[in-house]
Write a protein of this length. Structure first.
Ligand code: FAD
Length: 828
């Protein structure tokens, strides 16, 4: 006689078991009992049908009982709830929910895949008609009906986990006002606090009223609405509440049948997914599994593990003896325009287990681009990797716009095969500019992590800065002065990396140094310079200022939040004011488009500056860019220029901004104290590049800039073509020996017979930094005053005709007069 298998639960785990079982054995009698109306529905898609991204409800129903029966010859019984299990008699008691008939069904093997259920704690007022949970099709239908019929405007989601955040996004897509209340100090528990800060910023940017570190005290219905009183005393009055504060295993049946459960109510199974009863298997959200990394017991409710366990259970029923190898918790979620993903352990898990940073594990944050920076669509991501001191990867978390899914899957796969950070270096991953970089982000993790572990580049974290500072460490900012002006770590000193070798004398070798740049790359170079010059204790800040600033600003650390390039403008009072200003948009307005995609900071802002220079007040510029910094930079810039950002955001591919040209000239122009002057004395390629970067940046901020080229500096502004000019002996010797124009300039260091200059120019090209020649042109176009020193022209025998167009001749008095009205005066 053939075997009879009864399966409880007809969705992820149950349906997978049934289908695989039939493929394994054509003769087994299979009965699948499901208390709900549907089997195999896409519960992961429910929030997206509410929000309208999945338009057809039927698309969520992956199988009907009839079709499943026809294909797999499984007796599918929906609306049939199992009430109890009699292990002695090997029967289950079932209630047909349509007829109320209760009957008994015998089994040879029983499979439990009853899933989990949303937690609904006994909070006062929780039974209000305005409060919903989301776990199945019925719940989804109820929410949609409520929104349609009750004129819903204001909503609140309680709980910032996957489902809560997905619901916040989908309610927002319906143009509803959304508040999200989370008891912890961060949303998305699988990622760490530092990784969550960018998510918070992004949600606030989308106008979600995000309330952290606060829980619900009670609910109270008031005139058809629901008042939510929080533990802090804060109150919200909303039309609808989605409760999504976690799930618990549906293990009541197993418990009553005397099966072994863990403390959290999870059904205990062995590696074959067998319970303590040799005739009963269990799987999915309801069971306790082994954590792949820690090898400890855990409960991780996810669809992937449930589906894979279904296959294992079916194989074991027919005697194939397959084992479940553990869950590592790989998960991913869309948070508006961001993607958030993780695998393995996070730092919170490690700390809970008593592990210590630098002793038991290390963390690394890098900000690689999703694809080659020079190809459109390259977005930086925040990529955190956690590994032990032998290099074994313990976990990874990524937050970004593009390519996050691919990267997390590579990390999850590497971990599955016991990979180390050393293995990441060697991974050969697919590369072409639209898809990745020749050194893929995972390779970069490998390179950087190796440097950390072998002491080439020791790293510290953002949260260690205060203690190190208190301990006497010097915090050294090696970004450009221009970048530092936009925000820096408190009490740090700024020496640009390219100037560091010249300024080593001002640093004390006996002190401890923490170096930082924007993301960590220049910090690494600077660290090596100090180390090679005998500095003993030097660290690089992991993730650089990007991570530091994002974390301190968004976690409300006002003492440390100094940046105007903050990834969340909510802490900037100027921007707040601007955001709140009533907008008057003239529909008749003349609009222009500007595509600044692919340009690296400050390229997009400079492009906007140039374009708006030709526009009239009241006209509007629509800009697109791929540099994420553009989002906050454009608001800051517009504000400083008397323009107004009417709209800005991310359309899934690019950042966009709609900027209205203001009527008034920028205030700074009339403020002479804001001018910038510089003497360009050197004709070194690197110094010339630096001087034009600063000049163009300042010009884009609306400052008046004067560059005074003297002595060797004159070579920078010479034409490239040879001129047939009559010169006496010494000037003609000078002409022959000195560089003729910017293309012939040499690097101050590492020139290496011209290879160094070529490398720098190649790197500038790769990173989308304009060439020196382009920068010179931009400076002239932006109205930078380029003055050639009369006196040194005479001494060096340089003729006016040898200089590029747009250069004025002037003496020291011209320069000094400009200098009197400047607040920055550089000698380069
Ligand atoms: P389920 O798929 O929940 O199936 C259990 C079934 O058993 C239920 O239909 C239930 O009605 C039935 N049942 C319970 N008791 C009885 C009984 N006594 N008699 C008969 N039938 C019974 N996971 C991801 O990995 N990624 C995601 O993006 C994701 N998004 C999600 C979004 C939402 C809105 C929801 C609700 C879940 C999401 N999940 C996601 C979780 C994922 O759906 C679950 O981990 C997975 O479905 C668990 O499978 P399971 O078989 O254990 O339970």
């Amino acid at each position: 006689m053939s075997k009879k298998v009864v399966i409880i639960g007809g969705v992820a785990g149950g349906a997978s078991t049934a289908a695989r079982l039939r493929r394994n054995d054509e003769n087994i009698e299979i009965i699948m009992l499901e208390k709900g109306k549907y089997i195999s529905f896409a519960n992961c898609g429910l929030p997206y049908h509410i929000g309208g991204s999945i338009q057809e409800r039927d698309n969520l129903l992956l199988q009907t009982p009839e079709a499943f029966n026809q294909r797999f010859n499984v007796d599918v019984r929906v609306l049939n709830e199992v009430l109890s299990i009699d292990r002695e008699k090997k029967t289950v008691e079932v209630k047909n929910l349509e007829t109320n008939e209760v009957y008994t069904e015998a089994y040879d093997t029983l499979v439990l895949s009853p899933g989990s259920t949303p937690i609904q704690p006994p909070i006062k007022g929780i039974d209000s008609e305005n409060i919903f949970i989301l776990w199945n099709m019925d719940h989804m239908d109820q929410i949609i009906e409520h929104i349609k019929t009750k004129n819903i405007k204001k909503t609140a989601v309680i709980g910032g986990g996957f489902i809560g955040i997905e619901m916040a996004e989908n309610l927002h897509d319906l143009k509803l006002d959304v508040s999200l209340v989370e008891m912890a100090d961060q949303v998305m528990a699988p990622v760490d606090f530092d990784m969550a800060q960018g998510i918070h910023a992004h949600m606030r940017d989308k106008n979600v009223n995000l309330i952290l570190s606060d829980g619900v005290n009670y609910f109270e219905d008031v005139n058809g609405q629901t008042k939510i009183v929080l533990n802090s005393g804060k109150e919200l009055l909303v039309d609808m509440v989605i409760l999504s504060i976690g799930v618990k295993a549906q293990s009541g049946l197993a418990k009553n049948a005397g099966l072994t459960l863990n403390q959290r109510g999870g059904i205990v199974v062995d590696k074959f997914m067998l319970t303590n009863d040799p005739s009963i298997y269990a799987l999915g959200d309801a069971v306790e599994i082994e954590h792949f990394v820690t090898k400890e017991q855990a409960m991780i409710p996810l669809a992937g593990p449930a589906n894979k366990q279904g296959r294992i259970v079916a194989d074991n029923i027919v005697g194939k003896k397959t084992t479940y190898k553990g869950t590592q918790g790989t998960s991913i979620a869309k948070v508006f325009d961001l993607t958030v993903a993780n695998t393995g352990l996070n730092e919170k898990d490690l700390k809970r287990a008593g592990k210590e940073l630098h002793k038991d594990y290390e963390t690394l944050i890098i900000h690689p681009k999703s694809n080659a920076g020079y190809y459109p669509g390259a977005f930086p991501m925040t990529f955190k990797t956690i590994f032990d001191l032998e290099g074994k990867i313990l976990g990874a978390q990524i937050v970004g716009y593009n390519g996050v899914d691919k990267r997390i899957d590579v990390m999850a796969t590497a971990m599955r095969f016991g990979g180390t950070i050393y293995d990441l270096k060697d991974l050969e991953l697919a590369y072409a500019p639209p898809f990745s970089s020749a050194k893929a982000p995972e390779n970069m993790v490998g390179f950087t992590a190796e440097n950390m572990l072998n002491g080439v580049c020791p790293m510290v974290n953002w949260h260690e800065i205060d203690a190190l500072q208190a301990d006497g460490a010097v915090i050294l900012d090696v970004r450009t002065a221009e970048e530092a002006e936009l925000g820096a770590i408190k009490d740090s000193i700024n020496i640009e990396v390219d100037d560091l070798r010249n300024k080593l004398g001002v640093l004390d070798k006996n002190k401890k140094y923490v170096i930082y740049c924007a993301v960590g790359i220049r910090g690494y170079i600077a660290l090596r310079i100090l180390k090679e010059n005998g500095f003993k204790e030097v660290y690089n800040l992991t993730g650089g200022y990007s991570t530091y600033n994002c974390v301190v600003c968004n976690s409300g650390d006002d003492d440390h939040c100094t940046g105007t390039t903050c990834c969340n403008d909510v802490c900037d009072p100027d921007v707040q004011k601007e955001l709140q200003m009533p907008r008057q948009i003239n529909t008749e307005v003349v609009e222009f488009d500007l595509n600044a995609c692919g340009l690296a900071c400050p390229g997009p802002i400079r492009a906007v500056y140039q374009k708006m220079g030709d526009m009239n007040p009241g006209e509007v510029l629509n800009v697109t860019a791929t540099d994420p910094g553009f989002k906050s930079d454009i608001r800051k810039w517009a504000h400083s220029q008397g323009n107004e950002v009417l709209d800005s955001g991310f359309d899934g591919k690019t950042f966009y901004a709609k900027v209205l040209k203001g009527g008034e000239a920028p205030k700074h122009d009339s403020h002479p104290g804001n001018n910038k002057t510089m003497v360009v004395f050197s004709d070194d390629l690197d110094r010339a590049i630096a001087s034009f970067i600063i000049a163009n940046g300042a010009a884009a901020m609306g400052r008046k800039v004067t560059m005074f080229f003297t002595f060797w500096g004159l070579n920078v502004i010479k034409k490239h073509e040879k001129m047939n000019l009559k010169k006496s002996l010494i000037p003609s010797m000078f002409s022959k020996m000195l560089p003729r124009g910017s293309k012939q300039l040499k690097l101050s260091k590492m020139h290496m017979g011209g290879i160094g200059s070529k490398m720098i120019r190649g790197l500038m090209n790769e990173y989308n930094v304009d060439s020196l020649e382009m920068m010179i042109k931009q400076a002239i176009d932006a109205g930078v005053n380029i003055i050639a020193c009369n006196m040194s022209m005479d001494l060096m025998g340089v003729h006016e005709d040898e200089l590029i167009e747009g250069v004025q001749l002037g003496g020291v008095a011209t320069y000094l007069a400009e200098g009197e009205e400047a607040d920055i005066n550089l000698f380069i």
